[in-house]
Design a protein around this ligand. Structure first.
Ligand SMILES: [Zn+2]
Length: 298
């Protein structure tokens, strides 16, 4: 399969159909974001937003065990017990480990998911009393200083939810396990200051792997994951007209992708964004990205 990149984002011709044009951020609020681990073995990221009078700490997906998350957070100088909630993209095992139900019962941690995913949450053993559902087709909701705007995507049978998280310090787009990229997703992510998006596989490595045919078809068939080229096409569209300050790639396949290859593809296809790229690791937490006034802090 050849790598194809579209010449121009279709939205460039379509005009500004995006609602999120207010990129200017002022004030002293601080956004901190780190991927704690990302691969088919487990996914979890942390977002902390601190303003003059509030602080909110949100775990995005809980596909690592509570013990692993606690360990990563303490190394990064975050307090596990300050986590207010988990926002779930979906309930595959690599995004929702069962141990979090017990943590929620002990600490009052809220487990927030799409109303269409509640059955998946229950199947993980999460207690009803801890589950807080939202309408993923609705306009969004507030978690303290964070405005959450969900966007549904095709993935297996149940779909996934991507999040645009607007904060006084900057806006984060978080999108993983995307069968394909819809106009709605591009519109939802456009204008964010920090974009985390999956770049799962290289098609040649996928095809030549010894994975069974059904698995290859599931991953590449439009209800699985994004290839590197599909990710690049999506980011090119999202980054017009305002490029993110930083792009974080999520969920690279350990068998069917290669960090050096991804770096080369970005240098060729999106040279202005390539220096702003960070590639998450399967088992190691990244140093947190810190952002104020929509700008990455050194
Ligand atoms: Zn996954």
């Amino acid at each position: 399969m050849t790598q194809q990149f579209t010449a121009l984002p279709t939205h460039a011709a379509a005009g500004p159909l995006f609602a999120h044009i207010a990129r200017q951020k002022t004030g002293t609020a601080l956004l901190e974001f780190a991927v704690l681990g990302s691969s088919s073995a487990g996914n979890a990221s942390i977002l902390r937003v601190t303003t003059a009078d509030s602080r909110r700490q949100i775990l995005i997906d809980a596909g690592l065990s509570p013990r692993a998350v606690r360990g990563h957070l303490s190394v990064l100088d975050f307090e596990m017990d300050e986590t207010n909630e988990v926002l779930f993209t979906h309930f595959d095992n690599d995004h929702a480990k069962s141990g979090w139900g017990k943590v929620a019962m002990e600490t009052g941690l809220r487990l927030r998911c799409s109303s269409r995913h509640v059955a998946g949450a229950r199947a993980r053993g999460y207690p009803d009393i801890a589950i807080e559902s939202f309408d993923a087709r609705g306009a969004g909701f507030d978690l303290g200083p964070v405005r959450v705007i969900p966007c549904e995507n095709p993935h297996d049978d149940g779909g996934t939810v991507a999040f645009r998280l607007e904060t006084p310090a900057g806006d984060l787009g978080f999108a993983t396990d995307l069968g394909r990229v819809s106009d709605a997703l591009i519109d939802s992510m456009r204008g964010v200051h920090l974009l985390a998006i999956e770049s799962n596989y290289d098609p040649v490595m996928q095809e030549s792997s010894n994975r069974p045919r059904f698995l290859k078809d599931r991953i590449m068939g439009g209800r699985g994951h994004l290839s590197n080229a599909e990710c690049i096409d999506a980011v090119r569209a999202i980054a017009w007209p305002d490029e993110p300050e930083q792009v974080v790639l999520l969920h690279l396949s350990r068998d069917c992708n290669c960090r050096e290859l991804v770096g080369d593809l970005w240098a060729d296809a999106l040279p202005s964004l390539a220096p702003k790229l960070r590639i998450s690791q399967p088992f190691a937490a990244m140093q947190p990205i810190r952002m104020k006034e929509g700008r990455v802090q050194p």
